[in-house]
Design a protein around this ligand. Structure first.
Ligand code: IMP
Ligand code: MG
Length: 171
């Protein structure tokens, strides 16, 4: 059962407004595509984009997930490709959480190959001490301890995505 609240609605809303301002400044003179990593980042993406005051196109990518496990299988496959032409555009990859760093390293390489002029990463949560592969996001909402969290898009076995705050999943 999920019990302990880690990040409240108010805290996350405040942080996302800050991030939206910062990101708007960085991309003000670019043609920007926001690339939401399905499914976890959907909630963060829609709030972040509404906190931005620049033109932005929206696209989606889906990669293989943990399945029903709390540990990564270590294998990343693309389940849904982005649709927009990225040549000469700036792309902001939007992720829910970076844990081992494996998924984002793969997505980043994959997007770089599609001809974007600039590729940056915004993650809502980061577990920097859980890396199996070095990866630094350009924008981090909150750095957290390596505990399994749910809510605000993050799931355990497809449950709890709609909880409007971040909670630590305790068994
Ligand atoms: P990585 O490849 O290990 O960095 O894993 C990243 C992906 O694993 C995220 O996009 C999430 O889908 C999932 N994930 C990692 N940690 C958590 C967590 O604490 N709760 C829910 N999903 C997680
Ligand atoms: Mg994910």
């Amino acid at each position: 059962m999920p019990v302990e609240t880690l990040i409240t609605k108010e805290q996350l809303n405040r942080r996302i407004v800050e991030m939206g301002k910062e990101i708007s400044e960085e991309f003000r003179n670019d043609e920007l595509i926001a690339l939401c990593v399905l499914k976890g980042a959907v909630f963060f993406t829609t709030d972040l984009l509404r906190a931005m005051d620049i033109d932005v196109a929206l696209d989606f990518i889906q990669i293989s997930s943990y399945g029903n496990e709390k540990q990564s299988s270590g294998v990343v496959t693309i389940l849904k490709e982005p649709q927009l032409d990225m040549h000469g555009k700036a792309v902001l990859i939007i992720e829910d959480i970076i844990d081992s760093g494996l998924s984002m390293s793969e997505v980043f390489k994959y997007i770089e190959k599609r001809g974007a002029s600039k590729v940056k990463v915004a993650t809502f949560l980061d577990k920097p001490t859980a890396r199996k592969m070095p990866f630094d996001a350009d924008y981090v909402g909150f750095s957290i301890e390596p505990k399994f969290v749910i809510g605000y898009g993050l799931d355990f076995a497809e449950k709890y995505r709609n909880i409007p705050e971040i909670r630590v999943l305790t068994d």
